[in-house]
Design a protein around this ligand. Structure first.
Ligand SMILES: Nc1ncnc2c1ncn2[C@@H]1O[C@H](COP(=O)(O)OP(=O)(O)O)[C@@H](O)[C@H]1O
Ligand SMILES: Nc1ccn([C@@H]2O[C@H](COP(=O)(O)OP(=O)(O)O)[C@@H](O)[C@H]2O)c(=O)n1
Length: 223
């Protein structure tokens, strides 16, 4: 059953929406907008993979060495602050948020995210967060929160995504597009729409249009 948008309504007690999708498809911007409309936080799972990658790069640890990475993560506990307006990521007293979207983290993160031990570690962090929230990433609707009441998967062409990302990165559009295509390839194993997810091509839509499409598609209580 389709129901009216729920602006301002506070759901209680469970994960209500998962928003997965390819790189730079709009997941965090859309998740933030949906979460604010619903009056709940959103959770950016990619920040945990990015933080693990940054710490490994800083330590000079090989990005395919799961044991070294987990030792490092245990020594530097990470904390995801799931604010509706924008997530923040801390390692102890140090805030990492502004360092997590660099080109070197972009390039390394898929290798770190491919390690099953790291994925299990991230999943445990996410499942420990207090519900309700909107969760965004690659496998929120498939692996981490399969019980979610409403699931979405965002796509857009590589060129559209690169043009958007070019507003946020120092590289030019063709370089960003090539890097996005490569990251999509490396992420393919951990990124597929859940069978019950609604796929939305964000290319022809505005940010507000995507948020509105999701809000309009939510069931009355995400039951
Ligand atoms: N129609 C749209 N849908 C989603 N994001 C859009 C749209 N148009 C522009 N954007 C912009 O695209 C950029 C990338 O979005 P972001 O939320 O960072 O994506 P992701 O979390 O998937 O990497 C942001 O600057 C966002 O505002
Ligand atoms: N649930 C998730 C979220 C992110 N990731 C990994 O983390 C990387 C960064 O994700 P992100 O959502 O922060 O960044 P964008 O891909 O949106 O730029 C992805 O390229 C994946 O390798 C994942 O494997 N599973």
């Amino acid at each position: 059953m389709r129901a009216a948008p729920l602006h301002g309504t506070l759901y209680t007690g469970r994960v209500i929406v998962t928003i997965d999708g390819v790189a730079a498809s709009g997941k965090s911007s859309v998740a933030s907008g949906v979460a604010r409309a619903l009056g709940v936080p959103y959770v950016s799972s990619g920040l945990l993979y990015r933080a693990a990658t940054l710490l490994a790069l800083e330590a000079g640890a090989p990005l395919d060495d799961a044991r070294a990475l987990l030792t490092h993560l245990r020594a530097h506990p990470l904390r995801l602050e799931a604010l509706a307006g924008g997530n923040r990521l801390w390692a102890g007293e140090r805030e990492l948020t502004d360092e997590l979207h660099s080109t070197r983290v972009d390039q390394g993160v898929s290798a770190v995210a491919a390690l099953p031990e790291v994925r299990a570690w991230v999943d445990a962090q996410l499942r420990a967060l207090p519900e309700p929230f909107v969760a965004e990433g690659r496998d929120m609707g498939t692996n981490v929160f399969p019980q979610a009441g409403a699931k979405f998967y965002l796509t857009a062409s590589p060129r559209v995504r690169a043009e958007r990302r070019a507003q946020e990165r120092p590289e030019d559009v063709p370089a960003i597009e090539a890097a996005l295509i490569e990251r999509d390839r490396r992420d393919r194993v951990q990124s597929a729409p859940a069978p019950d997810a609604r796929v939305i091509d964000t290319g022809p839509l505005s940010l507000e249009g995507v948020i509105g499409t999701i809000l309009a598609a939510l069931p009355a209580r995400s039951a």
